[in-house]
Design a protein around this ligand. Structure first.
Ligand code: N01
Length: 490
C-alpha cells in the first residue's frame, strides 16, 4: 500500500535531522525521514576510522539551536560528534518519524497529481515535497586501479572501516593523502608493523590548534551559555574574515603557507622526504588540512611515503610504475567520495522523466541558491551545488538552507501553491553569478586538481563568498524567482 506524507526527507545526517526539527517546529508534522543506515549521524555515523575527528572547532560545528556544553576538546573526535547528533535527535521528539534501514530507490514527479511518487526498499510513498539531505560526501569513491579487486587481503574504504580486522603488526598500505588519510595514517603508524602511504599529490597541512577544554571552561559552558556563544562567534569571524579573502589574493595566504612549511620542517629532517611532502600548488587550492601528527608519522622508520605512480595491485601487494612491488596484508583506500556525480541524483526523476543525474551530467551541477532545480518541482536539496565550504562549518550552511526550505513550505501552505520550481532564468542567473565569482580564485587558478571541480574544470561544489552572504540570500523564500502552480485542489 502506498502511504502519503506531506514531506519526505531523505537522510538523517546533520541536514536531514535539521530539516525534521525545523519542519516540526514550523507545524509541519506530517513528514517522514528515510535513512538507509541504522542510525542518525550520516557521515559521522559512517566515518569510524581511527583518528576520525572534525577539522572545524566543535563550538561552530554544531547546531546554533542546540549548543553542547559537553564538548571535551576544541576539535571533537567522531564518537563525540555522533553522540551529540544522537542526543539532539532524541531530545527533538521527532525520532518516531524516522525510518532506518530504508533506502530511496526511485523518486518520480507526477505532474497530474503534483506530487512525488517514491519507491523505497521498504515500500512506496507519495509526498508533496521531497527534501534531500543525502549529503555530498556519502558515497565512497573507489580508485580505478588495475587488479585492485584481486587483492587477497582485507581492503576497505576509509568511510567503511572494518574494525574487525586486527592491524597490529600488519603490513598496511593507505592510498590517498586527503583529509581522511592524514587522520588515519598517524593512528595506523602506532599499530602497523609497516605502513606504506601512497601519495599522488602532496596536501598542505598546517598545525592543529587543538586542546582539551579545562574544567573551568566546561563548568562555565554549563552555567554561562553566553560563553559558548562567544567562543562560537569568535571562531566564526576568525575564519570568515581571513580565509575567504585569500581565495583571490595569493599574498594573503602567505601566513598559512609559512605555518605549513614550518610544520614540515619541525617534524621532518630528511631533505628527500621534505621535498616529497612539499606541495607545488597554491595553498587552499585543495582543502587545507590540519594535523600535528601526520608529518611525524611519515618520518617514522617503519613508514614509507611512496610517490611513484601506482601501476596495479596484485593479490599480494601494490606495484608502482618503476616495477617495484611492496607486499602488504591490508589495503586502505582513502580516495574520497562521489561529489560531482552523486549516484542518488540518478534516482530522482523530474518533469518529463529526466533524472537529476542526467540533467547535471549535461550542464554541470546547478541549483538555484544551491537548493532548488528547474524541472524538479517541490524538490529541495540541502548541501546542493556550490554550498560546500573549504574553510568553515557546513552546519551553518545547512541551517541557512533549512530555513529557506521551511519558509518555502510555509509559503506553499499559506498561498495554497500546489507546486513550485525556480524559473530557468533565475537558476541560470544565480549559477552564472557563482561561476563568475569563481574566476581567479585559488580553486580555479591554484594549479591543482581536486574534488571541488567537475570533469569540465568548473567548481560546482564550493560557495565562493562569505557564509553570511549565503545566510542573507537564503534568509527569506523569494517566490518571485519561482514558477508556481496552484492553488491546490484540496
Ligand atoms: O578524500 P579526498 P577524503 N590513485 O578526495 C587520492 C571531508 N573530510 O576522504 O589529491 C591514487 O580529499 C587523492 O589524490 P589527489 C573534507 O571535506 C572532513 O580525504 O587527487 N590516489 C587524495 O589524496 C574532505 O575534503 C574531515 O591527487 C588517489 C585522496 O585520494 C572530504 O571529506 C575529515 C586515487 C582523496 O582525498 C574528502 O576527504 C575527513 C587514485 N586512483 C574528510 N584516487 C573533517 O575533519 C584518489 N586518490 C571534518
Amino acid at each position: 500500500m502506498t502511504q502519503h506524507v506531506d514531506h519526505l526527507v531523505v537522510g538523517a545526517g546533520f541536514a536531514g535531522l535539521a530539516a525534521a526539527i525545523k519542519l516540526d517546529e514550523g507545524g509541519e508534522h506530517d513528514f517522514l525521514v528515510i535513512e538507509k543506515g541504522g542510525d542518525v549521524g550520516g557521515t559521522w555515523r559512517d566515518n569510524t576510522y581511527p583518528g576520525a575527528a572534525c577539522d572545524v572547532p566543535s563550538q561552530l560545528y554544531s547546531y546554533s539551536f542546540a549548543p553542547n556544553p559537553d564538548w571535551s576538546m576544541s576539535f571533537s573526535p567522531q564518537p563525540e560528534i555522533q553522540a551529540y547528533i544522537q542526543r539532539v535527535a532524541r531530545e527533538s521528539g521527532t525520532l518516531d518519524r524516522f525510518r532506518f534501514g530504508v533506502e530511496l530507490l526511485e523518486a518520480t514527479w507526477r505532474e497530474a497529481e503534483q506530487h512525488w511518487a517514491v519507491r523505497t526498499s521498504d515500500g512506496d510513498y507519495t509526498a508533496t515535497t521531497l527534501v534531500s539531505g543525502a549529503g555530498g560526501l556519502s558515497e565512497p569513491q573507489l580508485p580505478d586501479i588495475e587488479g585492485i579487486e584481486e587483492f587477497a587481503g582485507a581492503t576497505f574504504h576509509s568511510a567503511r572501516w572494518d574494525s574487525g580486522v586486527d592491524l597490529t603488526g600488519k603490513r598496511v598500505a593507505v592510498i590517498g593523502t586527503g583529509a581522511s588519510a592524514i587522520q588515519i595514517v598517524p593512528e595506523l603508524a602506532k599499530v602497523a608493523g609497516h605502513l606504506d602511504v601512497y601519495q599522488r599529490t602532496a596536501p598542505w597541512v598546517i598545525p592543529r590548534n587543538d586542546r582539551t577544554y579545562t574544567a573551568v571552561e566546561r563548568f562555565a559552558f554549563h552555567h554561562l551559555p553566553g560563553l559558548q556563544r562567544l567562543y562560537r562567534t569568535a571562531i566564526y569571524w576568525g575564519r570568515e574574515c581571513y580565509v575567504p579573502a585569500f581565495t583571490k589574493e595569493p599574498r594573503l595566504a602567505a601566513p598559512a603557507k609559512a605555518l605549513a612549511l614550518a610544520n614540515i620542517r619541525r617534524a621532518i629532517s630528511d631533505p628527500e622526504l621534505r621535498a616529497k611532502v612539499t606541495p607545488d600548488y597554491r595553498i587552499g587550492c585543495k582543502r587545507i588540512l590540519i594535523s600535528n601528527a601526520y608529518y611525524p608519522a611519515l618520518a617514522a622508520d617503519h613508514v614509507e611515503l611512496v610517490t611513484d605512480r601506482i601501476a596495479r595491485v596484485t593479490p599480494t601487494g601494490v606495484v608502482t610504475a618503476d616495477g617495484t612491488e611492496r607486499e602488504i596484508d591490508v589495503l586502505v583506500v582513502a580516495t574520497g567520495f562521489h561529489t560531482t556525480d552523486q549516484p542518488i541524483a540518478h534516482r530522482i526523476h523530474g518533469r518529463g522523466g529526466r533524472s537529476l543525474g542526467e540533467t547535471w551530467a549535461r550542464q554541470g551541477m546547478s541549483a538555484y541558491k544551491g537548493t532548488t532545480v528547474h524541472g524538479f518541482p517541490n524538490y529541495f536539496q540541502i548541501v546542493g551545488p556550490n554550498v560546500g565550504l573549504g574553510h568553515s562549518s557546513m552546519v551553518f550552511m545547512i541551517e541557512s538552507q533549512v530555513a529557506y526550505v521551511t519558509d518555502a513550505i510555509a509559503t506553499m501552505r499559506r498561498d495554497r501553491y500546489a507546486a513550485l520550481e525556480p524559473s530557468a532564468a533565475a537558476q541560470q542567473r544565480w549559477t552564472d553569478d557563482v561561476q563568475e565569482r569563481m574566476e581567479g580564485t585559488v580553486w580555479s587558478a591554484g594549479g591543482c586538481a581536486s574534488w571541488y571541480l567537475d570533469e569540465h574544470g568548473n567548481n560546482t561544489t564550493l560557495w565562493p563568498r562569505a557564509t553570511f552572504t549565503f545566510r542573507r540570500q537564503t534568509a527569506a523564500f523569494d517566490v518571485a524567482a519561482y514558477d508556481v502552480q496552484g492553488p491546490r485542489a484540496d
